[in-house]
Design a protein around this ligand. Structure first.
Ligand code: ADP
Ligand code: ADP
Length: 218
C-alpha cells in the first residue's frame, strides 16, 4: 500500500532529511515511526501525502508515484489519507462538531449527512458529549482526539499522525493512542510518529529513524 524505494530528501544544499530509505507498509498495518527530533519523521510522513516530494527514489502510495503525481491528482490522493499534523489546528471560531463536519461538507455531503457522520466519528473518539463545545474549551488531549475524528470522518484507508502525543501527559497520550488503535483494529493502516520511546507500542512494528536513516531493516 505504501512503498519507499531508495528515497532521499534534501532541503536546499545543506540539509539531508532522509537518506536512502526503503520500506513497505502493508494494508492494515500499525507502524510507529520513532526517532529523535530532526530524524526525518515528519518529512517521511509528508511525502506519503505529497506534501513533500522525494529528491531521489520513489514513494508509491496506492500504486501512485508521488514524485510524478499531477497537482490535480493530489486532492484525490489525500481523500484516502487521514492527516493528523501539527500545522492543521482546529478552527477556534466554531464548535468541534462543525470542525469535524468540515471535511465532509468540502467533499459535497449534505449538512444532515455530515452531521450524522461527524457525530459518529466524535463518538468513536469518546467526545460525542462535547460536540457543541468550542475547541479551546477542551484539553490538549481532547483537541487531539477531535483532530483524529476530523481526519477519519471521510473513512480514509490510511491515517498519518505526526507526533499526535507531543505535549500530552501520559493518561491523555494513552487515550489518543487508543483512539488511533481503534481505527487500526477495523482495518485502517496507521503510521504514527513519536520522539518519545515510552509511547511506542511493544506489540506494534516500530521503524527507527536517526539522522535520516533507518536504524534497523524495515
Ligand atoms: P522530525 O519529524 O523527525 O523531527 P523532520 O522531518 O521535521 O524531522 O526534519 C528532518 C530534517 O529536515 C531536520 O534537520 C529539519 O531541520 C529539516 N527540515 C524539515 N523541514 C524542512 C524545511 N521545510 N526546510 C528546510 N529544512 C527542513
Ligand atoms: P456511520 O455509518 O453513521 O458513518 P459508523 O459507525 O459506520 O457510522 O462510522 C462512524 C465513523 O467512523 C464514520 O463516520 C467514519 O467517520 C469513521 N470511520 C473511518 N474509517 C472507518 C472504518 N474503516 N471503519 C469504521 N468507521 C470508520
Amino acid at each position: 500500500m505504501i512503498e519507499f524505494r531508495n528515497v532521499s530528501k534534501h532541503y536546499g544544499a545543506d540539509t539531508t532529511a532522509l537518506r536512502d530509505i526503503s520500506l513497505t507498509v502493508a494494508k492494515g498495518e500499525l507502524v510507529f515511526l520513532a526517532g529523535p527530533s530532526g530524524a526525518g519523521k515528519s518529512t517521511l510522513l509528508k511525502m506519503i501525502a505529497a506534501m513533500e516530494r522525494p529528491s531521489a527514489g520513489q514513494v508509491i502510495v496506492n500504486g501512485q508515484d508521488i514524485a510524478r503525481i499531477k497537482p490535480a491528482a493530489v486532492p484525490f490522493l489525500r481523500r484516502n489519507l487521514g492527516l493528523i499534523f501539527q500545522q492543521q489546528r482546529l478552527l477556534t471560531d466554531r464548535s468541534i462538531l462543525a470542525n469535524v463536519m468540515l471535511p465532509l461538507l468540502v467533499t459535497g455531503a449534505s449538512r444532515a449527512q455530515a452531521e450524522q457522520r461527524a457525530r459518529a466519528a466524535l463518538d468513536k473518539v469518546g467526545l460525542l458529549e462535547r460536540a457543541d463545545a468550542q475547541p479551546l474549551a477542551l484539553s490538549g488531549g481532547e483537541q487531539q482526539r477531535v483532530s483524529i475524528a476530523r481526519a477519519i470522518v471521510n473513512r480514509p484507508q490510511v491515517i498519518l499522525a505526526d507526533e499526535p502525543t507531543a505535549n500530552l501527559d501520559r493518561a491523555s497520550a494513552d487515550k489518543v493512542l487508543d483512539a488511533l488503535k481503534a481505527f487500526h483494529s477495523v482495518g485502517v493502516t496507521c503510521l504514527i510518529s513519536s520522539h518519545d520511546e515510552q509511547m511506542l507500542d511493544a506489540a506494534a512494528r516500530v521503524i527507527h529513524l536517526k539522522q535520516g536513516q533507518l536504524e534497523v531493516a524495515a
